[in-house]
Structure formats: C-alpha cells, structure tokens
Design a protein. Structure first.
Ligand SMILES: C[S@@+](CC[C@H](N)C(=O)[O-])C[C@H]1O[C@@H](n2cnc3c(N)ncnc32)[C@H](O)[C@@H]1O
Length: 239
C-alpha cells in the first residue's frame, strides 16, 4: 500500500485530534483537524486564497455566473478529510477503478483514496489554476502515483472519454454549470454503471429534479451533507 509520508512541519501535531499515523480517520473531526491535515500535507491553501482575492481574472468569472468559491473560508468550500473517508468506506472502490472529482479544489480526495484504497485511480479537475498547482505539488511530494489533478473547466469535459466508475461533485459551480455538466454526463454515461456522489444542496437539487436516470433503478442513499446515486445495477450494464 502506498503511504503518504510525513511531509510538513511538526506544527500540525499541536492540533489535539491530529494523529499523523492516522491522518484521515473515519470518525467525525473538527474543522481544525482538516486544517492540520492540510498543513501536514504542505498545502498552503490560506496563502493561495489570499492571492486569489486580488486576481481580476477570477473576479470577472464570478460576474459571468461562475461559482469559484473565492473569498469563502478554505474549510467551508472543501469537504473535511474524515467525511471523504466515510464516503469512500461506503463506496468501497476496488483496485483498478477510478474516482473523478469534478471541481477538485486542492485535491484532498486523492490523498484519502491513495492511503485507504490502494490501486484506485484518482482524477481531479479544477478550474482555478492556482489551487490546481498547489494541489499538484502536494500530490507530488506525497508520491501519489495513481492520482492526477488537471486545470480543466468541467463544463467542457467530454464524458465519453471518461472511464471512471465514481464521480464526486460538491457544488462545484453555478447552477447553470452544474446543470450543463450533468446533462453532458447523462448524454455520455447514462447507459453505463456509474456512481455519483453529490455533496451540497445545489448538486443534489439538480440531480433530484432533472436526473431520474440516477435514481431509477437504485434508490439514492441520502446523508446529511451528501447523497449517493447509481445509474443502474452492474448486471444490467450495457457495453
Ligand atoms: C465546493 S469546492 C469543492 C472542492 C472539493 N471537491 C472538495 O469537496 O473538497 C468546488 C471547486 O470547484 C471548482 N470549480 C468551479 N467551477 C468549476 C468548473 N467549471 N470546472 C472545474 N472546477 C470548477 C471551484 O474552483 C472549487 O475549487
């Protein structure tokens, strides 16, 4: 099993709940726990976010009905590590399978997947280049060989080229962007056996209202912050 090594300064050890021998525990943790994990991984998200506030390109995007979460606290617009672990333990992805994160932020999910589900591939797509670069650097330092993070606008993704079984989305964009992406996904993947994990109200609302193909065969599993949808049972998969 590929392990995330000890990467940062020892400061994160001052967070009482943080244990570097078990950095992504399954039990609920505080927001400061995720901050300690970021620090341990060497992800300087606060610094990057401060820089983004001055970036005129992104403020222009916000006016064009983009939702890039700039100006939102780091621990609010990202999923806590423990919750990512809980989601993965429910999914139980197998070696050789791929998980895609649509709007991956700093690529937190890659680290949890690698440590707890060896052999599973991770592909993250993130619109904000600076987040992507910071996430890529952390993934390189941790030696994550099966994970990649790309600077891509997911509304332009051609899902017919994706072969992933699992898709994770946490309210990555504006409602229009989420709707566009889900329509693209439906066009290319509705005949495949896929699992979609939607976190946040916007994503779930779009799926619940417009994407019955994701709850037609199997009832969704609803949790407080996320829901898990499946396109159709494996046995019905069409090639
Ligand atoms: C709410 S955050 C979730 C981050 C991560 N998935 C998590 O759960 O921790 C959504 C991310 O999606 C990104 N995003 C927004 N619109 C996007 C788009 N069209 N293509 C790719 N990423 C996008 C944002 O920049 C932000 O980093």
């Amino acid at each position: 099993m590929e392990r995330v090594g000890f990467l940062g300064s020892n400061d994160s050890a001052s967070e009482p709940n943080f244990d570097p021998t078990d950095p992504f525990p399954i039990q609920d943790c505080s927001k400061s726990h995720s901050a300690a994990v970021d620090q341990w991984l060497g992800i300087s998200a606060e610094n990057v976010e401060r820089g983004l506030l001055q970036n005129r390109t992104y403020s222009a995007h916000s006016k064009l009905d983009r939702e890039l979460w700039i100006g939102t606290p780091v621990q609010t617009f990202q999923t806590p590590y423990f919750e990512l672990r809980q989601i993965l333990e429910t999914l139980q992805p197998q070696a050789g399978e791929t998980i895609v994160d649509l709007g991956a932020g700093y690529g937190r999910l890659a680290h949890v997947v690698t440590r707890h589900f060896p052999g599973v591939f991770f592909k993250g797509y993130e619109f904000v280049r600076e987040r992507c670069l910071e996430g890529q650097a952390a993934m390189a330092r941790a030696g994550l060989k099966l994970a990649q993070l790309e600077n891509v606008d997911v509304t332009t993704l051609d899902f017919s080229k994706e072969s992933a079984k699992y898709y994770f989305l946490y309210d990555f964009g504006s409602r229009v962007d989420v709707e566009t992406t889900m329509e693209n996904m439906k066009r290319c993947l509705s005949q495949h056996s896929i699992v979609v994990v939607a976190r946040g109200g916007r994503s779930r609302d779009v799926i619940d209202k417009k994407h019955l193909w994701l709850s037609y065969s199997v009832s969704p599993l609803h949790r407080a912050h996320y829901s898990i949808y499946r396109s159709q049972p494996e046995s019905n998969e069409m090639t």
